[in-house]
Design a protein around this ligand. Structure first.
Ligand code: CA
Length: 230
């Protein structure tokens, strides 16, 4: 998941960036509204966290600009202000959720997960496709009918990001380039064949049928293949 964080409180911005990276997000952070507005327009983010009180350009105006330009990325507003009318204004402008400071990182994370699931059309709380269940808290996967019970298969950071992205968009074919843009942040070193490497690691851990290849087009996850034993 590519995540954009726009927050001008230095400490909060650094802390959140570290916490969110640890939880499997590729985070780009900025403390400026103008920069953030531009990044939100030009990079393919899956979700955005936006502070309202910014020094150069108010968060609400940033949000307004995006929505006017048809950018539909889910936006969670983060702000010290808690007056009800400001929340109403935020939602009217096109915010998807709202969290008042101070908050607990766990609450922020479950709200982000809910927004991401909803925007991908997954309605249920469990992250499950066929027999495959992803546990975001432990960054591991389970076969729900596994004889070994609920022993999870641990994933590395990038494996987790990649599988989660594919699970959020079942049946959709993604090029390696597209996948790189959604599992790495802007400053990460990216090798062109890196996706191929991680796909093959996931197949080694979970079985060949888990991720399908469409020649010359890319990779996708086939829910039908996950209904039966692979
Ligand atoms: Ca602020």
């Amino acid at each position: 998941m590519r995540l954009l964080l726009i927050e001008d409180d230095v400490n909060l911005c650094q802390q959140l960036t570290a916490d969110l990276r640890q939880r499997g997000y590729a985070v780009d952070a900025t403390m400026q509204g103008v920069d953030g507005a531009f990044m939100g327009e030009t990079e393919p983010y899956d979700i955005i966290i936006l502070d309202l009180g910014l020094p150069d350009l108010p968060g609400l105006q940033v949000l307004q600009q995006w929505r006017n330009k048809g950018i539909k990325t889910p936006v969670l507003i983060l702000t010290a202000r808690s007056a009800w009318h400001e929340k109403v204004e935020g939602f009217r402008t096109g915010a998807d959720d709202y969290l008042s400071k101070p908050f607990h990182i766990e609450e922020l994370c479950v709200r982000l997960q809910a927004l991401i699931r909803r925007s991908s059309g997954l309605a249920n709380g469990a992250f499950e496709i066929g027999r495959l269940r992803l546990d975001e808290a432990t960054q591991s996967v389970f076969w729900t009918d596994s004889e070994s019970g609920l022993d999870g298969i641990e994933l590395t950071g990038i494996e987790f990001r990649l599988l989660r992205y594919l699970m959020l968009h079942p049946k959709r074919i993604f090029t390696a380039t597209h996948l790189v843009e959604h599992v790495y942040d802007y400053n990460d070193e990216k090798e062109s064949n890196v996706i191929e490497v991680y796909i093959s690691r996931l197949r080694k851990k979970l079985g060949k049928a888990v991720i399908c290849t469409r020649r010359n087009q890319g990779y996708y996850l086939d829910p039908d293949a996950l209904q039966s034993q692979v």
